[in-house]
Design a protein around this ligand. Sequence first.
Ligand SMILES: NC(=O)c1ccc[n+]([C@@H]2O[C@H](COP(=O)([O-])OP(=O)(O)OC[C@H]3O[C@@H](n4cnc5c(N)ncnc54)[C@H](OP(=O)(O)O)[C@@H]3O)[C@@H](O)[C@H]2O)c1
Length: 351
Amino acid sequence: MGVLGGSGYVGGELIRLLLSHPEADLVFASSSRFKDEYVFRAHPNLRGLTQLKFTDESSIASSTPDVDLVFSALPHGESVKHLPSLVQTGVKIVDLSADFRLKDPAAYPKWYGYTHPHPELLERFVLSIPELNREEVGGVSLASSPGCMAIATILGVAPLLLSKSLKIDAGRIVVDLKVGSSGSGGRPSLATHFSERFGVVRAYKPVGHRHTAEIEQELSKFTNDGVKAYLSAHSVNMVRGILATIHLFVGDAVEPLEVWRAYRSAYTGKRFIRLVRDRKGVFRYPDPKLVIGSNYADIGFELEPGGGRIVVLVAIDNLVKGAAGNALQTMNIMLGLDEWLGLESAPLHPV
Ligand SMILES: NC(=O)c1ccc[n+]([C@@H]2O[C@H](COP(=O)([O-])OP(=O)(O)OC[C@H]3O[C@@H](n4cnc5c(N)ncnc54)[C@H](OP(=O)(O)O)[C@@H]3O)[C@@H](O)[C@H]2O)c1
């Protein structure tokens, strides 16, 4: 396997997971800043675990890499520069950037501010959330992994849209997101400077978040009604983790059993989904603190007394189920391996 963008936070998680994967060999990881330096210079947590050195991505993209699959953890706008030549080589690809997530080329100027230079490739990349489209992912050689907020939202909403008895208003899906600092990557900025970031509950994107596009695109597959999602994203005082609080509006009163039934019917046997709604203890609902370091998505809900609203709560680690873990799960499926290989470790607690 190879990792483009290996020096970033997502690249580091991919490398960490690949190093303990029983069937994977990490052949290269790219970085221009750390070119010819040991991987542990960028990821000191991997000290003693690999002697691999970073290579420059331009040299990898211009030759045929001797690997089964390449991950790209480059920023959007960068992935699209390097992946088209790799597609030509026939190597399998999982892209974690936004460059191949959207199907409509016109969405790129609107949401990402650039005209897509390879619109012909957009239909060839399958946006992978294995819990929802495993069969489709199994047959492809090009996949992309959704944004972390999109994964949390889509996992929480899709089963309820599929339910025949719940009449969810698909035109009014309201999502409040609380996101840890690693969600904005490893490059420092004034907004991520410790003195400015520590202790915040900062609404950094109360409207118009880019992940709206992929959420609406993917959720539209689960209903014939037009999907409209309204996202508000907040930076909170965590390094890892996302909590999505999703407000779904329903005309009639809903019984808890109907909601359970919808989730069970979608997720029974899906190893990385945990349905959470406890009567006792501190952690009665999903909490990012309980999924850190793991590929689990914890999903729970509560009903508005008197009806009208279902509040769905989804917690993931943005760097694992929200990025590297989902991508590795996708790789396993694309290569015909057990879906959970290399992803079985339990979350850390306390963190
Ligand atoms: N962070 C998350 O929670 C998360 C979740 C899901 C998806 N993603 C996506 O995953 C990708 C990587 O995210 P990240 O959080 O790992 O970001 P990051 O920490 O900033 O890492 C970016 C990586 O891309 C490389 N790179 C190459 N050209 C670059 C350029 N022009 N500007 C900046 N970096 C460049 C960087 O290494 P060198 O500069 O050394 O070459 C680095 O290895 C992004 O597309 C992001 O949207 C992130």
